[in-house]
Design a protein around this ligand. Structure first.
Ligand code: NAD
Length: 508
């Protein structure tokens, strides 16, 4: 192990968790540093994957593909079933790594691993339900049908804030669909990627599946670019910022590959005059402050009816005052750290911009615990009253800032909700069924996720997850998202003994 790594309670616990997941933690060393946002310390150093290694990993996944493709889907499901069992057994170990690298409180770190277990369950069921339809043919003695076939190598690029759940949404489905996977995790979440990969490798071995079906590359953005440009990668599933999506999408399109994009959100909740304010308050605080505002579905804009705005903001200021901020290993803390200093600087800049654009900071925004943890960035979540949906409100700042806007008529509120470039998650708090239905209708929220009387974050795996506009249009996880990992073929079978042509065309 490198000299830069100091032995602390955290590094010891991280090494124990790595070993429990099957990673030889003592053998790790190299030029990459795995740092913890909890304290700012280096946890472990690791070898970086070179660009050539990325190409070689794609080669191994491409080589493993034909044998994996040709096996029965329910048999492929056995690997995912075994992975789910191992994740269940090592839920607490993997959660230690998620917490150490992403800074989540314990229940959220455990929840992230639970989400992996849930998608494994879902995918195992799906392995027996890769349904195609049969349609009536317009020609006598003909059968018209669709079949779904494995696609090839899937490149999974993931973000720091759901460092392992998003990988499993993609990988559990891709594997049962007959694809092989190359995973490039976030540069700031290397250890939980190693733990996840080790558990999956064990499942592959236990089931006697081809070793190449899952490849992990611990690379930086350049490694991601290599993956994106490789013509053997049939589908690039990339989760991260809109900036990343803008770079990735045209590169994949230029080689006619497929892209599944899960990008930034700028999520809003409308609070109507009839809303149950006790329930709304809890939903708002969890969505705005959970994971220290670093979820793609974090609530960033609150659009409140002018008749209840003063009461609600007063109660929110009070609730924000009771939040315990600090090391998330301490069970009483509800708000952990920002991922790094850049994220803290972006938050401070957004607060300055908001004030210049006429906003008033009602509470929060300050750094705390700086003396105790000079290398870590803990902040008070901020609540900012804005006179209008100005430029800063239309951007996603990946930190706990909640902008409060007001409205008089529901149409105006829906206009504000939809009036940003992103389209991930949205919510309305109301007891008026007509308002709720208008919000959910085609003339209502334009987001991929629209909720009633629940906040914007905390989705379940059963529904399709993703958003519109700059969020990228991809759908992952539940519903029929599996179709993104397969190719569709239309088959016409003629058993008539004649050769009638479609549309009544005659020839020969
Ligand atoms: P990021 O865009 O900085 O990085 C995400 C991943 O993309 C990393 O693995 C990174 O190495 C890689 N990457 C960056 N540029 C690349 C390029 N040009 N080519 C190939 N790979 C590249 O994002 P982040 O800071 O890790 O995560 C936060 C962002 O992710 C937020 O915007 C958040 O909303 C978004 N996010 C979206 C979802 C969703 O499902 N919509 C889920 C989680 C996070």
């Amino acid at each position: 192990m490198s000299q830069t790594v100091q032995e602390t309670t955290l590094t010891a616990e991280v090494r124990r968790a790595l070993r429990a997941c099957g990673v030889d933690a003592d053998a790790l060393s190299g030029g990459l540093e795995a740092r913890s946002p909890l304290t700012g310390e280096v946890l472990v150093t690791l070898p970086a994957t070179s660009q050539e290694d990325v190409t070689a990993a794609v080669g191994r996944a491409a080589e493993a593909f034909p044998a994996w493709r040709d096996g029965p889907a329910p048999v492929r499901g056995n690997v995912v079933k075994r992975w789910g069992e191992l994740l269940t057994e090592h839920k607490a170990d993997l959660a230690v790594l998620v917490q150490a690298e992403a800074g989540k409180i314990t229940s959220e770190a455990l929840g992230e691993v639970q989400e992996m277990i849930d998608i494994c369950d879902f995918a195992v069921g799906q392995s027996r339900m890769l349904y195609g339809r049969t349609m009536p043919s317009e020609r006598p003695g003909h059968r018209l049908m669709e079949t779904w076939h494995p696609l090839g190598v899937v490149g999974v690029i993931s973000a720091f804030n759901f460092p392992v759940a998003v990988h499993s949404w993609n990988t559990a489905l891709a594997l049962v669909c007959g694809d092989t996977v190359v995973w490039k995790p976030s540069e700031t979440a290397l250890l939980c990627a190693l733990g996840t990969d080790a558990l999956l490798r064990r499942a592959v071995e236990d089931c006697g599946a081809p070793a190449g079906i899952h490849q992990l590359v611990l690379a930086d953005r350049g490694g991601g670019e290599r993956l994106v440009d490789d013509p053997r990668v049939a589908l690039v599933s990339a989760t991260g910022s809109v900036r990343m999506g803008r770079e990735v999408a045209p590169r994949v399109a230029a080689r006619f590959g497929r892209a599944l994009l899960e990008l930034g959100g700028n999520n809003a909740a409308i609070v109507a005059p009839s809303a149950d304010l006790d329930l709304a308050l809890r939903g708002i605080v969890f969505s705005a402050v959970g994971t220290a505002g670093q979820r793609c579905t974090t609530l960033r804009r609150l659009i409140v009816h002018e008749s209840v705005v003063d009461t609600l903001t007063e109660r929110l200021v009070q609730a924000y005052g009771t939040l315990s901020i600090g090391d998330p290993r301490e069970p009483s803390n509800l708000v952990g750290p920002l991922i790094d200093e850049r994220s803290f600087d972006a938050m401070q800049q957004a607060l300055r911009d908001a004030q210049e654009q006429g906003g008033t900071v009602l509470t929060g925004g300050n750094r705390v615990l700086a003396e105790e943890h000079p290398g870590a960035f803990y902040v008070e979540p901020a609540l900012v009253r804005m006179p209008a949906q100005t430029a800063v409100v239309q951007e996603e700042t990946f930190a706990p800032i909640l902008y409060v806007l007001t409205y008089a008529e529901l149409a105006e509120a829906i206009g504000l909700q939809n009036g940003v470039p992103q389209g991930l998650s949205s919510a309305i708090f109301t007891s008026d069924q007509l308002e709720a239905e208008r919000f959910l209708s085609s003339a209502g929220s334009d987001c991929g996720i629209a909720n009633v009387n629940i906040g914007t974050s905390g989705a379940e795996i059963g529904g399709a997850f993703g958003g519109e506009k700059e969020t990228g249009g991809g759908r992952e996880s539940g519903s029929d998202s599996w179709k993104a990992y397969m190719r569709q073929a239309t088959n016409t079978v003629n058993y008539s003994g004649e050769l009638p042509l479609a549309q009544g065309v005659t020839f020969l």
